[in-house]
Design a protein. Structure first.
Length: 308
């Protein structure tokens, strides 16, 4: 056998053995009853060259350290803090009929959440690191804050399941509107957004999906193509309540390692043999993942370069 071919084959075999050994240790730990997939297990899988189709699913919990409240945490969640908007119920702020009748609360919320006011968290930067390392298949996010883009994640690797501030249009299938024009109008307050709507002949909003609206086709297309080939699923900062997003965790092949990171246990997270649950902060979890994968210096450099 040609020496170069032999060395390449040997190298490939070593990498595959490393991946399978990590997966085997995971199955043994699960069989022994010590909790299945741990952060160190997931880090070992990430370090393997055979792990190249990582999918990350994120919810509002990954943006809390940026200063953006999540939705459902009692006392501090966004829904608990929306009473000042005079809503009949908290979720009404994302209700299309309510928006048509009273757009002021949503525009006030837009002003507070518009990208540029908050910096990406270490979790967002870790997702960017996965892309840099050639590991990331896709990041599916429920979040509308666009912090993935702010962290440098490419548009190709991002699926904003519930939309975000990156585009805007007239409600009801109307024409697209420059999101910078919408931002400027929202920042001017009621007079600004009323002039914006009069100019475009209808209510204008960022392409954020409201209750009852169809999710973007890209969500369904990428979900259909990505999840069957996923080799590691990382789910972070979500209570897995809202469908159809929550159902994606069951779209991977049987035996695919899945790791849930959340501050609170999630009802319905039925752990398979290759599953794991880390109860805690996603920023702490990704720091440990980066270290276990051998990327500590790259992770810290990415955070420091973004902070400078």
């Amino acid at each position: 056998m040609n020496t170069r071919i032999y060395m390449r084959a040997a190298s490939t075999l070593v990498h595959r053995l490393g991946f399978y050994a990590a997966a085997h240790r995971l199955r043994l730990s699960s069989a022994a009853g010590d909790g299945g997939l741990s952060l160190s297990d997931a880090g070992a899988l990430l370090a393997s060259s055979e792990c190249r189709k990582v999918i990350v699913m994120t919810g509002a919990g990954v943006s809390v350290s940026a200063g953006i409240p999540d939705f459902r945490t009692p006392g501090t969640g966004l829904y608990d803090n929306l009473q000042e908007y005079g809503l009949p119920y908290a979720e009404a702020i994302f209700d299309l009929d309510f928006f048509r009748a009273n757009p002021a609360p949503f525009y006030r919320l837009c002003k507070e959440l518009w990208p540029g006011r908050y910096a990406p968290t270490p979790t967002h930067r870790f997702i960017r690191l996965l892309e840099q390392q050639g590991k990331l298949q896709r990041c599916f996010t429920q979040n509308i804050d666009s912090l993935e883009s702010a962290a440098g994640l490419s548009a190709e690797r991002l699926v904003a399941a519930h939309g975000n501030f990156d585009s805007a249009r007239v409600v009801g299938g109307g024409p697209a509107v420059d999101p910078e024009e919408v931002r400027a109008a929202v920042n001017e307050g009621e007079e600004g957004w009323r002039q914006l709507n009069a100019k475009h002949g209808g209510l204008v909003k960022p392409d954020i999906v409201f209750f009852g609206e169809q999710l973007p086709m890209r969500f369904f297309e990428c979900a259909r193509s990505d999840f069957p080939k996923c080799d590691l699923l990382l789910v972070m900062g979500t209570s897995l309540v809202v469908q159809p997003f929550a159902g994606l965790v069951n779209a991977v092949r049987p035996g695919t390692p899945r790791l849930l990171v959340n501050r609170e246990p999630v009802w319905g997270w039925s752990q398979r043999g290759t599953d794991g649950f880390f109860q805690g902060d996603s920023d702490a979890a990704v720091a440990e993942l980066a270290s276990a994968a051998g990327w500590k210096s790259e992770f810290e450099a990415l955070i420091n370069s973004d902070a400078s």
